[in-house]
Design a protein around this ligand. Structure first.
Ligand SMILES: [Zn+2]
Length: 301
């Protein structure tokens, strides 16, 4: 454990959104119904801020604009506690369901709101449900972002998007000059990435097994990137019926144990922000995307 606890490159990130905004519940909670759902994100995020303050942990918060609009005090408290403010878009729409124009409008609305609320430059983005796609990258850069952290180089999930040239084992990649991708962590097994960055996977595996995987990534000299949502430490959230079994499993598995498990994870490693990581690590250049952005003909592959 000694190696891992002295390694500065474990990044903690929180996607600040509420329980009813997740993709797994979309079939039973329509967007129009969001305003009638019980808002629990403020209380849950405050609890996470408390757990991090107890341990002097700073993280990166990818905040949904919809939440920032309703909980401006929460955004202030996150910023005042020294966490990095980053953007999770405004309405939690999957990118590949939007037109480029709709995507740009969603981005601008969320980024402006967060910058107005905090007075800080917001340069980091994470796509809803990791739905990143190649055409979104130049739009993100044009909108003022310098990095994205939506790529999860794995084949194990049916909803994640993908970027050209991202492979397991290359966690920080310069996609274009001045724009970097920071992948959420995977364990490389037989050349394929096994998701090891949080979510249902974090709640599903026994904690000791999960921690060993994190140690393995760090001991290989790779940075480690973890993500969690405030609703994951909230077993008291309203339970929804009529969900597809796989969706219910992903959303509800081990919610009751998650706060304790997350506290242990905070204790067991030294955490930092995305901004700090990017300041200290130089990215690998992604040849495929760079040449595509510089040439009129596609580089292919
Ligand atoms: Zn999200």
């Amino acid at each position: 454990m000694t190696n891992a606890s002295s390694n500065p490159f474990a990044v903690m990130s929180i996607d600040v959104e509420d329980w009813f905004q997740v993709e797994n519940l979309k079939s039973v909670i329509a967007r129009d119904a969001w305003n009638e759902c019980e808002l629990r994100v403020e209380r849950n995020t405050d609890r996470m801020l408390e757990l991090m303050a107890d341990r002097n942990v700073r993280c990166t918060c990818f905040i949904l604009g919809w939440v920032a609009d309703r909980c401006p005090g929460l955004i202030q408290r996150i910023a005042e506690a020294g966490h990095e403010i980053a953007c999770h878009g405004y309405g939690h729409e999957l990118i590949y369901d939007l037109t480029p124009e709709q995507f740009r409008a969603d981005l601008d609305r969320a980024r402006k709101l967060l910058q107005d609320q905090t007075g800080a430059d917001v340069v980091g983005y994470r796509a809803p449900s990791f739905s990143i796609t190649d055409w979104a990258i130049p739009i993100l850069q044009d909108a003022g972002f310098t990095y994205d952290s939506s790529s999860f180089p794995t084949i194990a999930h049916d909803r994640y998007g993908s970027l050209t040239g991202i492979e397991a084992g290359q966690p920080i990649v310069e996609l274009r000059p001045g724009f970097t991708e920071v992948c959420v962590s995977c364990l490389t097994l037989a050349g394929r990435g096994l998701p090891w960055g949080g979510g249902g996977y974090f709640r599903l595996f026994p904690y000791g097994v999960f921690r060993r995987g994190v140690n393995r990534i760090l001991n290989e000299g790779q940075p480690y990137v973890f993500y969690i949502h405030p609703w994951e430490i909230d077993p008291g959230q309203p339970r929804q019926k009529g969900l597809k079994r796989s969706h219910a499993f992903r959303h509800y598995v081990n919610l009751g144990r998650c706060e304790k498990r997350w506290s242990r994870l905070l204790d067991d490693f030294t955490w930092t922000t995305m901004a700090d990581l990017l300041e200290q690590c130089s990215p690998v250049t992604n040849q495929a995307q760079s040449s595509e952005s510089n040439e009129t003909t596609s580089a292919g592959g």
